[in-house]
Design a protein around this ligand. Sequence first.
Ligand SMILES: Nc1nc2c(c(=O)[nH]1)N[C@H]1C(S)=C(S)[C@@H](COP(=O)(O)O)O[C@H]1N2
Ligand SMILES: [Mo]
Length: 459
Amino acid sequence: MTDIQVQHAPASTAAGRVRKAPENFLNPAGIRTAQAEGIRGRRDFIRNAFAAAMAGGAAVHAAAQAPDVGDGDPAILKLPKHSTGLGRPVASPPYGQPSQYEGNVQRRQSPGLTQTNQASVSFAPIQSLFGIVTPNGLHFERHHQGWWDIDPQQHRFMVNGLVKTPKVFTMDDLMRLPAVSRFHFIECGANTGMNWGNVAVPTVQYTHGMLSCCEYTGVPLITLLEMAGADLKKGKFILAEGADGSSMTRTIPIELVTSGEVLVAYGQNGEMIRPENGYPLRLVVPGVQGVSWVKYLRRVELGDMPFATKDEAVHYVDLMPDGQHRQYTSIQECKSVISTPSGGQVLLSRGFYNITGLAWSGRGKIKRVDVSVDGGRNWRTARLENPILSKCLTRFNIDWVWDGKPTIVQSRAMDDTGYVQPTYKQLRQVRGSRSIYHNNAVQSWLVQENGEVKNVQVA
Ligand SMILES: Nc1nc2c(c(=O)[nH]1)N[C@H]1C(S)=C(S)[C@@H](COP(=O)(O)O)O[C@H]1N2
Ligand SMILES: [Mo]
């Protein structure tokens, strides 16, 4: 690792590759963005240095051409203010914020969608996140009628329908009950929807950012149903209803509830759920599309058949090639995406890169992720990082040495049921091309000769 010093020179300028990117092209290590212009982060430095160390002939040659700085940048002797003065006081602010240098990492509305204030969606910047957990302030949002910050003292939750005694709980009531904490992903059924129509939205934030993953804390819904004396012989479905005005009422099969998986949750990543995500109470329905994760949860009704509410007939149904709609396709099938390198990012120079991404399945655990760096001709199996949890994001990584030539990178996940993520061709053979929802096809990113990465579809 002593070679790291060889490449202290800013690789971008050395290679003549200083490239401005639009503000929404974010900033993983080693990849130039508008924000990083002039601020060479430590991560970038290490990454570029590693590139030189790993990439063999070509990169070593590039390093040799770089300004001669390997033996010590005199700036190391100049003590900056933060080494000589007093830092800021504790607890200011009382609720911590990210570094001012990370201001680029934001959830955003898609350039390809109508931008509205209330009935809208913001996408999580998954190209800038590490591991599997989505920080609460960056969780994607999907509001059908805007969000509310509901007073938990006023909030009530009712269980009714096929129960002996309908029950109404306060938040205090709920928080006295036995709780569990579990990590799960939530994905909107419309995630990656634009790609169906071959609309190449530019970044992974917009192709796959209606996706987040949190540790949820709450009470299994089955506990509350049992407290109300639910008739689980007759009861086959539940209806979940939110307290906002959006009528996002959804039918959920009882098997998901009796398994103990469905939670009435108040916690998200160690603190109370954020208002945007349903404070003070939301339904967590592991593996099922986001719309069933009803926010501001106010009522669960037990019934003996699907409730067929207005929304269930129009939204999140799949238009099939024969003209019929497929309804209640609620499980999010196995899927993966490479988050670096991904659309809008710019590779600074040939050499070593850590390819990283996320894989998930609504049916269980991720078993394997294969990665191709040559447009699907050859595949190598990526490393899955722990923890590998059921119905949860799994992080994968794989080494890559880019030779500087244009190429296509792709990932393909398999879950523990043996299901393999389909190509667009395979998906369209079954689903046709007029769908919007439930697109889990293999994503292709074209790395161009100039290092710019683009969203493409391969046949
Ligand atoms: N009450 C209520 N629940 C809701 C919605 C809503 O608009 N109102 N949107 C649904 C949809 S379509 C999705 S994808 C998820 C989004 O959850 P998030 O905003 O926490 O990301 O919440 C679901 N639950
Ligand atoms: Mo959604």
